[in-house]
Design a protein around this ligand. Structure first.
Ligand SMILES: NC(=O)c1ccc[n+]([C@@H]2O[C@H](COP(=O)([O-])OP(=O)(O)OC[C@H]3O[C@@H](n4cnc5c(N)ncnc54)[C@H](O)[C@@H]3O)[C@@H](O)[C@H]2O)c1
Length: 125
């Protein structure tokens, strides 16, 4: 089984990706991390093809401790990153959350992956 961390999986593209993956790939477990901003909704996750292979976590990609725990707990081997501030009009009236999620959050996610996977490597020699 592959253990895939999908971020922003309650949003438009992420939720469609999860529906598609559960339907077409029998050997995946999905951990769906979403902060449920104005854009994320449980409506998008109704009628998933196989709920037993979907774990929903209500949390923020900027939360380093949560990320470290998820990588460890679910032995994540793949990340698909959709979590974002995505509404351009909002970026003009209030850019702060965009910087936080899209830049700092993406960095924290990458760093959590690097740190966890570096620890998984088998030492050579
Ligand atoms: N929708 C499009 O047509 C389109 C086209 C090209 C690229 N994209 C890109 O794909 C990505 C996803 O787009 P979308 O349309 O699904 O956006 P969306 O706004 O519908 O979904 C984003 C999801 O991310 C979640 N989220 C926001 N901040 C978070 C945080 N800090 N931690 C965890 N979750 C958080 C939201 O709750 C939401 O569920 C974005 O990067 C977007 O720019 C979208």
């Amino acid at each position: 089984m592959k253990n895939i961390l999908v971020t922003g999986g309650a949003g438009f593209i992420g939720s469609n990706f999860i529906h598609f993956l559960l339907k077409t790939e029998p050997k995946v477990n999905i951990i769906n991390l979403d902060a449920f901003t104005y854009a994320g909704t449980l409506e998008n996750l109704k009628d998933l093809p196989d709920v037993d292979r979907h774990t929903l976590v209500n949390g923020n990609i900027c939360d380093q401790d949560l990320l470290a725990d998820l990588f460890q707990r679910y032995a994540i081997d793949t990340v698909v990153h959709f979590a974002a501030e995505s509404h351009v009009d909002r970026s003009i009236s209030g850019p702060g959350p965009f910087i936080q999620t899209n830049i700092a959050g993406t960095y924290m996610l990458l760093e959590a992956a690097r740190s966890y996977w570096a620890g998984q490597r088998i030492p050579q020699g």
